[in-house]
Design a protein around this ligand. Structure first.
Ligand SMILES: [Zn+2]
Length: 197
């Protein structure tokens, strides 16, 4: 299912949340019209504010996505996804399409925390469970990666993240949703994306 957190007590950092503001571009007014009623950010005397080093409730962040899906549309969800690699923290070892797709799950956990603890520790390699995953499966002897995404974020948003990360290293990469598999838009638990180049 899209938009419903797997667990309570999960938060996302301000840098990641800022992707919505970034994606809406000149419609920045609209970003706060979505984020503020979702419970993210504050109105200050200088206008709407998200703090980059602040943590925000994942439930509120998912509520913002649901509003965007209803009121703006799927294309915007994808666009927000493409802005994630520019805004969120990513590990430093990303150097090709394989490490790029593999890094999404690590970055995902680095940008969320559970009961106050960041969900991936690069020093120990320890990952906390509770937000699902972004899959990475390399098909041998072919330029193909399968990514099964089992997390509460919307389908089109994940397509955007994967597309941006793949095209960073393989400009001609094709990324598509495997319609033969279950889909979160229809109440499924995951979506599967195929990346070829
Ligand atoms: Zn889907």
């Amino acid at each position: 299912m899209q938009f419903i957190a797997f667990e309570s007590g999960i938060e996302v950092n301000g840098q990641t949340v800022y992707s919505i503001v970034d994606a809406l571009g000149s419609f920045k007014k609209l970003a706060h019209e979505i984020l503020l009623p979702s419970g993210i950010g504050n109105m200050t005397k200088n206008g709407y504010e998200i703090k980059m080093d602040e943590w925000y409730s994942q439930t509120s962040w998912l509520r913002a996505f649901e509003m965007i899906a209803k009121e703006i549309g799927e294309a915007t969800l994808k666009r927000i996804g493409t802005k994630i690699p520019e805004n969120a923290k990513f590990p430093p070892w990303v150097k090709d399409i394989d490490s790029a797709i593999k890094s999404i799950d690590i970055a995902y956990h680095m940008n969320h925390r559970k009961n106050g603890t960041i969900m991936f520790d690069p020093d120990t390699g320890k990952m906390l469970e509770g937000i699902g995953h972004y899959g990475y499966e390399r098909i041998e002897n072919e330029n193909m990666i399968i990514s099964k995404c089992k997390n509460p974020y919307p389908d089109s948003f994940d397509l955007g993240i994967i597309t941006a990360m793949a095209k960073r290293f393989e400009l001609k990469a094709n990324i598509y949703h495997d319609d033969s598999k279950e889909c979160r838009k229809n109440g499924g638990e995951s979506c599967t994306y195929i990346i070829t180049w």
